[in-house]
Design a protein around this ligand. Structure first.
Ligand code: MG
Length: 390
């Protein structure tokens, strides 16, 4: 049987790796839809995979891409086109970057389909909205992020395949963090770090925004909020441990003290193949462990004084509603200001903290409410930065 798959955000890192693994098993998966913001890489992808539809969010790019698509491939244009493309498949890989990914998440879940989720904004900014869509019969989320994919696998050890309930005997979820480029540094050692220092990530090669988030541990804080939304575990029962080798991708500790961990060499294709094949296992080994190469595995607690963004994310996660959306938007503004040379690295947490104090308590009752919080948080963060500079 062939499973129809939609690959949205197909020109990005998750999208191209998804197509790479589907290419290796054309008997089992058929690409019904591809979607991009504006990249014309989608033309070559459509030529190879012959999807029914190609969605292009940017109208100008669509006008240029449309005539170059192979015959029989329908072009969908505009902001809602990716959500329409999602409805053509049984499994949707959402590798869309940014807020645009939320509409794909909601369309997939509301259609009662499987969502392989790599888009961060969906659960961080709009957790309560996504939860309601997720209640649709048949709707399923299999996380593609390495940590959450690991937790999903660890929960299966106790035959927990949905959300965690009170009887499930989960004590804590433990997310691992590489620690980023500043692992082991004290707060005073972080006073004078440069943009280039912060952009040098030891393990993963990623875009500048997420690499800075990794240097402040905000990335891990956002993943704590995502884990809470995905698995239903209270924020305070989600721990973070720094693990520089990035081989243990996360763990679940049960009530009896037993900890189940998922290990593999860092390779996103394992997570993508897992989301496609679940509950089966993908046949090709992505990230098998070379034990001689690893040698040792180290663990240390995170330093919340040097990396206050992690604590701020916990704070926003505990508050809930649109506080995580507010945190995430304020952080985006702060990171941009840092990358633009306007503020120092330590100021990122300071700006996020002061912005979070201005959260007006907006309830996350709809996508519009989330968008309003996002916009107001950006205004608040810009005001905080202006006050600091003035
Ligand atoms: Mg991650």
């Amino acid at each position: 049987m062939t499973t129809p798959v939609a690959v949205l955000g197909s020109s990005g890192s998750i999208g191209t790796q998804t197509l790479e693994i589907i290419r290796s098993d054309p008997e089992r998966y058929r690409v019904t839809a591809l979607g991009v913001g504006r990249s014309d890489l989608v033309v070559a992808q459509a030529e190879e995979f012959r999807p029914d539809v190609v969605a292009v969010a940017d109208v100008d790019a669509a006008a240029e891409i449309g005539p170059r698509l192979p015959p029989g491939t329908e072009l969908l244009v505009g902001e809602q086109s990716m959500a329409d493309a999602a409805r053509t498949a049984d499994t949707v890989i959402n590798g869309v970057v940014g807020f645009a990914g939320l509409s794909v998440t909601l369309a997939t879940l509301e259609a009662g389909k499987r969502l392989g989720l790599a888009n961060k904004e969906s659960l961080i900014a709009a957790g309560p909205v996504v939860q309601r869509a997720w209640q649709t019969p048949g709707a399923e989320i299999v996380p593609v992020d390495s940590e959450h994919c690991a937790v999903h696998q660890c929960l299966r050890a106790n035959e927990i395949t949905g959300k965690v309930g009170v009887d499930d005997q989960v004590a804590t979820i433990v997310l691992t963090a590489s620690g980023g480029p500043f692992r082991g540094r004290t707060r005073s050692e972080l006073e004078s770090v440069t943009i280039d220092d912060a952009l040098a990530h030891p393990t993963w090669s990623m875009g500048p925004k997420i690499t800075i988030d990794s240097s402040t541990l905000m990335n891990k804080g956002l993943e704590v909020i995502e884990a809470h939304e995905l698995f239903g575990v209270p924020i305070n029962d989600i721990d973070v441990v720094v693990h520089p080798q990035s081989v243990v991708h996360s763990m679940v500790t049960y009530a009896d003290g037993a900890t189940v961990a998922q290990l593999s060499m860092p390779d996103m294709r394992l997570c993508i193949g897992y989301a496609l094949a679940y509950p089966d296992r993908w046949a090709a080994p992505y990230g098998p462990i070379d034990w001689a190469e690893i040698g040792r595995l180290d663990f240390q607690p995170p330093d919340l004084e040097a990396f206050p963004c992690l604590g701020l994310a916990y704070e926003a996660g505990r508050v809930g509603e649109t506080a995580p959306a507010w945190l995430s938007a304020a952080n985006e503004v702060a990171v941009e200001a840092f990358l633009g040379g306007v503020i120092d690295w330590l100021d990122i947490a300071e700006v996020v903290d002061r912005s979070l104090q201005r959260w007006p308590g907006i309830v996350a009752e709809s996508v519009d409410a989330v968008l309003l919080a996002d916009q107001q948080a950006r205004d608040a963060a810009n005001a905080v930065i202006a006050e600091r500079m003035g």
